[in-house]
Design a protein around this ligand. Structure first.
Ligand SMILES: [Cu+2]
Length: 171
C-alpha cells in the first residue's frame, strides 16, 4: 500500500531527476527551502494557512498517556487556525491533521516503516518538552481528525476530532 504522502514524495524525486538540468542553480533551491512559500495544495480538510491571517490560536497538549488535550475542537469554516502544539511527555509525538481514512492508512504505513519521515504543512513532529506550530485553514465543513502517527500511538488512541462548522450550523 502506498500512502498519498509517499506517492507524492516519490513523484517529486522523479521529476527532479528528470528536470535535473533545469535545476542547475542548486543554491536557489536551498534558499527556497529556508523561506518556503505557502503550499497551494487543497486537501479534503483545507489548505496551509497564511500566518498573517490567523483568526485563532489553539493550544494542544500531548502526553505519554497517548492523549491530546483538548481532543475535540470546533472550528468555523474558513477560519485560519494556529495550532500551538506542546509535547508534555518524555517520548516523541506528532500531530497530523487529516480525514480518518488518511490517518488510518498513514498509521498503517508507519507501523511497517517506522523510520519513514515526512514533513507536510498539516503535521508537526514535536520532541519531548518542545512546542511546534501548524497554521491551517479549514476551507470545508465536516468532521476531521488529528492523530499521532509515531508507531503504536494512533492505535493506542492518540487521536482527536476537529468539527468544522459551516455558517448556521449548530455547535
Ligand atoms: Cu504520540
Amino acid at each position: 500500500m502506498i500512502c498519498t504522502h509517499c506517492r507524492r514524495i516519490f513523484l517529486l524525486a522523479v521529476s527532479f531527476g528528470y528536470l535535473g538540468t533545469a535545476f542547475a542553480h542548486g543554491e536557489a533551491m536551498h534558499a527556497n527551502k529556508e523561506v518556503r512559500p505557502l503550499s497551494a495544495e487543497e486537501h479534503a480538510f483545507g489548505r496551509e494557512g497564511d500566518p498573517k491571517k490567523v483568526a485563532r490560536a489553539v493550544r494542544v497538549g500531548m502526553a505519554d498517556t497517548m492523549r491530546f488535550s483538548p481532543s475535540e475542537l470546533t472550528i468555523k469554516r474558513g477560519e485560519t487556525v494556529k495550532f500551538v502544539v506542546r509535547n508534555n511527555g518524555k517520548v516523541m509525538h506528532e500531530m497530523v491533521i487529516g480525514t480518518m481514512k488518511e490517518l488510518k492508512e498513514h498509521a498503517a504505513m508507519m507501523q511497517k516503516h517506522p523510520g519513514m519521515e515526512h514533513d507536510e504543512p498539516y503535521m508537526a513532529h514535536v520532541q519531548p518538552g518542545k512546542t511546534e506550530v501548524i497554521v491551517w485553514q479549514f476551507t470545508k465543513a465536516g468532521e476531521y481528525y488529528f492523530g499521532c502517527l509515531v508507531p503504536g500511538h494512533f492505535e493506542a488512541g492518540m487521536v482527536g476530532q476537529i468539527r468544522v462548522l459551516a455558517k448556521g450550523d449548530r455547535k
